[in-house]
Each structure stands twice: as structure tokens, then as C-alpha cells.
Design a protein around this ligand. Structure first.
Ligand code: PPE
Length: 350
């Protein structure tokens, strides 16, 4: 198709100006977003594994690429999961794999995204990918996204692509998060309202909000941010759910406060109840956090991490319930507690 007249000049200019004239040389060493100060957070580099599962096949790690015009890269409409496989006596076991894949399916449903694979197929695909790495334990990142081929905000004609990557990943909030605890800051950023960006769907776009809060907290010298919702109630952290201990009662904000339905949160509630602690889902104010007897946050990546202060108000750390739950959770995910063995989905026959 001929170019409209006004573009003719642009084409000529591009032809004779070229890269040299604009000094657009290819950058060999990609610069960082900014120079990190040593206190600006934990570095969480990716260690490559052999292959990544993409649309039904394992492709070499370095070939697992997408086009720069991939729809979800532009509009944030991807859905994903964060899962961990732990080393057990019977080989790697994925913690609550089916529950994670069901949540992925639910996130996709909210986004009107039709996943081209069933829950059972994706569960199997995760096992295949973990097995392929040969690792005893790893972090697992399934992602479904609108692929290359369409642009514009209408997602209806878009293709849906699915990938699953695994890599070894350490403690998300630092190695001493359970013992020393983490320093928290209430964010100046507000958590999404369910009618703006549904926080119960784990979409890539939701994490714009999380990243703004995380970087703000790190730059201010804290480890992690806590977000309040539009009404001012405590919702969650950038990548973890929150628990507050008052006496021997544990309180956690409900989904209605704008939190993701955490699978670790659900596991912690079960463990806490089995210990005989009372657990209540309750709306919390920031002052409820300041005056907590103990506090912890939890998520797949962060596991159970104690909190030692919120906005510089010290909180006893680690509290007795935090310590007991963190220890039991650590055993449960490694298949060392019979009562919770149904939470493990082994990648090898055993
Ligand atoms: N809230 C948010 C916003 C969140 O991202 C997570 C997980 C949770 C709560 C806890 O959910 P669960 O993992 O089901 O217990 N965050 C994942 C992504 C972290 C990341 O940095 O990426 C995770 O922990 O894997």
C-alpha cells in the first residue's frame, strides 16, 4: 500500500539519515534502570535452567523469546502465578500446584482470557518443566498472555500464549526475614479498588501498583511496603498477605479489603488453627499494625517473614505465633508433616 503523502518525507529522511547520523549504535551492555545502592533491596537475579515450556513444548532457555509487539507487553493483560517446588525425600514436590493453576484459570476468567489448556494439562506441564530442570527445588512462573498479531485494546481477537519457566530462587525478603524480621512502610500508593483493577486476579498489570510501592519503600530504606485500599483499610503488601497477632488471635485482612486470595495465607490459616490459635478475617487500620503484639507477612516467594516494625513503630519480633507457624510451614512444604501431605504434588512417580 502506498504511504500517505505526509509520510513520504519520513521515509526519505530515515533512508539517508540512518543509524550513524543519529548515533543509534547498538548497546552491548544494557544499562540498569538506575545504579542500585546496596541498601536498595535484595537482588533477585535469574539463574537460567535448560528449557522453558512454551505453548506445549520445551524450548531452550535462550530461545524462549516473544515479539516486541506482543499484546500483553503493551497493555498489561497477562495473568501469572508464582509457585515453589521443594526438595523432599521423594524428589521435588510442588506446593499446592493444582490450587495455583486453578487461581491462574480464575484470573484468566476475570480477564475474559480463554486459556488454551485445562487445569489438568497445566498441572502436568508444570511437572514436566520442573522435572526437566533436574533441580531439587525451584521457583515456578507460569504466565498466560495475549500474543503477537493484534494491537489495540480489544483482546477478543488476540491469541493466548502460555509459558512456564523455573529457576532456583532464594528467600524473597532476605535470608534473615524470619529471625530478624523486615521493616515495613505504609505506602503513599493506594491498592487497586476491585472496580478499577481486580486485586483477586493475579494480572501482570496489577503489579504496576506493587512495583511503585516497592521501589518507594526501598528508596526510603525499608524492606517492603504495605498498601491501604481506597477506604483506608490495610489490604496487603506488594507481594505478600498480612497477619497481625493480638494475644493469641491472628487477624488477616479479607479479600474485600483488596488482597489477593493467598495460597500461603490459606495454608497459614490452616496451620494456625491446628495449633489452636484463633484466626479471624478482619478489616484492619494502620494503627492496628502499629500496636500489634506480633506481625508477619506471607507469600510463595517470601514464605513466612516476620515484621519488626511498621513506619518505625517497633513490633516484637519474631513473635511466638510467627515463630511456630514459620517453622511448621517450612516443614509442611518439604513433606515433613503428615497432616499436610495432600498439599504436595510430586513431579516424579513415588
Ligand atoms: N499478594 C500479592 C500482591 C502477591 O503478589 C502474592 C504472591 C501474595 C499476596 C501471596 O500469594 P500466594 O503466593 O498465593 O501465597 N506473590 C508472588 C509474586 C512475587 C513476585 O515478586 O513476583 C509470589 O510470592 O510468588
Amino acid at each position: 500500500m502506498p504511504l500517505p503523502r505526509e509520510y513520504e518525507g519520513a521515509r526519505l529522511r530515515r533512508k539517508d539519515s540512518g543509524q550513524e547520523q543519529l548515533n543509534l549504535t547498538r548497546r552491548k551492555n544494557r544499562p540498569r534502570n538506575s545504579d542500585l545502592q546496596t541498601d536498595e533491596g535484595n537482588l533477585m537475579p535469574i539463574t537460567p535452567t535448560a528449557n522453558i515450556w512454551m505453548n506445549g513444548e520445551l524450548v531452550p532457555w535462550e530461545d524462549a523469546k516473544i515479539h516486541v509487539l506482543t499484546h500483553s507487553l503493551h497493555y498489561g493483560m497477562g495473568v501469572f502465578e508464582g509457585i515453589r517446588a521443594y526438595e523432599t525425600d521423594a524428589g521435588p514436590a510442588v506446593f499446592r500446584l493444582t490450587d495455583h493453576i486453578r487461581r491462574l484459570q480464575d484470573s484468566a476468567k476475570v480477564m475474559l482470557m480463554e486459556l488454551p489448556y485445562s487445569v489438568e494439562e497445566l498441572v502436568e506441564a508444570v511437572k514436566v518443566t520442573v522435572r526437566d530442570t533436574g533441580l531439587p527445588s525451584c521457583y515456578i512462573r507460569p504466565i498466560a498472555y495475549f500474543g503477537y498479531g493484534e494491537m489495540g485494546l480489544n483482546t477478543i481477537p488476540c491469541s493466548v500464549d502460555v509459558a512456564i519457566a523455573c529457576w532456583p530462587w532464594g528467600a524473597y525478603l532476605g535470608d534473615d526475614a524470619v529471625t530478624k524480621g523486615v521493616r515495613m512502610k505504609i505506602s503513599s500508593w493506594t491498592r487497586h479498588d476491585p472496580n478499577i483493577m481486580p486485586p483477586t486476579a493475579k494480572t501482570t498489570g496489577n503489579y504496576v501498583n506493587s512495583s511503585l510501592a516497592k521501589v518507594e519503600a526501598l528508596k526510603a530504606g525499608y524492606d517492603e511496603a504495605i498498601m491501604l485500599n481506597v477506604q483506608g483499610w490495610v489490604s496487603e503488601c506488594t507481594g505478600e498477605n498480612i497477619f497481625v497477632g493480638r494475644g493469641n488471635v491472628l487477624l488477616t485482612p479479607p479479600t474485600a479489603a483488596g488482597a489477593l486470595r493467598g495460597i500461603t495465607q490459606d495454608s497459614v490459616i490452616a496451620i494456625a488453627k491446628d495449633f489452636g490459635f484463633e484466626v479471624r478475617e478482619e478489616f484492619l487500620t494502620r494503627a492496628d499494625l502499629y500496636t500489634a503484639d506480633e506481625m508477619f507477612v506471607c507469600g510463595t516467594a517470601a514464605e513466612v517473614s516476620a515484621v519488626n516494625s511498621v513506619d518505625d513503630r517497633p513490633i516484637p519480633c519474631p513473635g511466638p505465633m510467627t515463630r511456630a507457624i514459620a517453622e511448621e510451614y517450612g516443614k509442611a512444604v518439604r513433606g515433613k508433616v503428615d497432616r499436610y501431605k495432600d498439599w504436595l504434588e510430586y513431579v516424579n512417580e513415588h
